[in-house]
Design a protein around this ligand. Structure first.
Ligand code: GLU
Length: 380
């Protein structure tokens, strides 16, 4: 029988999704697993967002919407960009998608040709290189190190540029390292993009979860014309299951992404879209509460892991840490297995993030769970 396509047979399943599914399955079997796998805030979706969803159902807003998203939501997102990021986007420059993943996917599809190189600072979120490869692109990694606080060296970044480079993927705050690039680094990166005529895909999904006291600067602030800004409702408003992401960028790219989505999934869920209007319009109280809770949890997990002999740097953003697990096993996949089997704590091996010798722990769970996880892992 004729087989799978080359693209799908080479596609690696998402390790974050896989470990999360495994933890859910173990819990379903009654096994007491602490899941520190998926990056998913444990807070409930704020009440006013749920009420907006219920009102949308009652008002019959349960039909197709424009593929790009309901106009009112795109207007609300444009207002968010203006208010928080000082960026001017028209509604026609915004696409609403089924999670941030689809926004990235549509943008890769719209911009990449086979053979195009895409520079990705490592460690990186597992999904970027796989999406790039799906469209025949070639990921090129620029490694950053824990010893340097995962700072991005602009010289190293520029050295990776070739005649085939088409795009740089930027993710600040970063999943999984939690690094938040300085304004100067982002400005310098944009100057490199300018000099070599490159696109920048700026994934800003964790912008609200930063402990630096300010919102990180958006790459598009330095040149809106060559940046695709990706964001979404999942992490900022505790709406992972609602599946709402969005992309903003030049109108001709959004138009191409509209056609792509119109031939694949059509609009994102209509009820979730109406709920997201309430989210982007009125959430500062929730966002501040969540950020401060995450800050306390970050401090607890970093000091706990260091105390039990797993060296862990202190991240400035997102809700992940990368712990050095070479004390448990030199291979991080083995270490993650041992941690699951002996401590019943689900963590993601650093392999697919290009973080060798480390595992990623999400601290988007309660302080009690963090303390319990540290105590269990400490006994290994
Ligand atoms: N983005 C989250 C994570 O890295 C959720 C799972 C996924 O989509 O990768 O854990």
């Amino acid at each position: 029988m004729k087989g799978l396509s080359n693209a799908s047979s080479q596609l690696k399943p998402s390790s974050t999704v896989a470990v999360t599914a495994r933890a859910m399955e173990l819990k379903r079997q009654g096994i007491d697993v602490i899941s520190m796998a998926a990056g998913e805030p444990d807070f409930d979706t704020p009440e006013h967002i749920k009420l907006a969803a219920k009102a949308a159902i009652d008002a019959g807003k349960t039909k197709y919407t424009p593929t790009l998203g309901v106009f009112e939501l795109r207007e609300a997102i444009a207002a968010k960009f203006k208010r928080e990021n000082k960026l001017e986007y028209a509604a026609a420059q915004i696409q609403v998608t089924t999670g941030g993943k689809q926004a990235l996917f549509n943008a890769c599809w719209a911009l990449l040709n086979p053979g195009d190189e895409v520079i990705i600072p490592a460690p990186f979120w597992v999904t970027y290189p796989e999406q790039v490869r799906l469209f025949g692109g070639v990921p090129v990694f620029v490694q950053t190190r824990a010893e340097d606080g995962y700072a991005l060296e602009l010289d190293a970044l520029e050295a990776a540029v070739t005649a085939k480079t088409k795009m740089i993927i930027l993710n600040s705050p970063s999943n999984p390292s939690g690094v938040v690039y300085s304004d100067e680094t982002i400005e310098g990166l944009m100057a490199i993009a300018e000099k070599h005529d490159l696109w920048v895909m700026s994934d800003e999904m964790y912008e609200h979860i930063t402990y630096t006291g300010k919102l990180p600067v958006s790459a598009a602030k330095f040149n809106t014309d060559r940046v695709m800004t990706i964001n979404g409702a999942s992490k900022a408003y505790s709406m992972t299951g609602w599946r709402i992401g969005f992309a903003a960028g030049p109108a001709h790219v959004i138009k191409a992404m509209d056609a792509i989505q119109g031939q694949s999934t059509s609009n994102a869920n209509s009820i979730s879209q109406w709920a997201t209007i309430a989210a982007v319009n009125d959430t500062s109280e929730y966002i501040n509460m969540a950020r401060e809770a995450f800050r306390g949890r970050r401090d607890a997990i970093v000091s706990g892991l260091n105390r039990i002999g797993l060296p862990t740097p202190t991240p400035e953003g997102a809700f992940y840490v990368l712990a050095d697990t070479t004390r448990i096993h030199k291979d991080e996949t083995e270490a993650a297995k041992i941690i699951l089997e002996q401590a019943r704590v689900a963590v993601v091996p650093g392999t697919d993030f290009h973080a060798p010798g480390r595992v990623r722990l999400s601290y988007a769970c309660s302080l009690e769970q963090i303390e319990e996880a540290i105590s269990r892992i400490g006994k290994i």
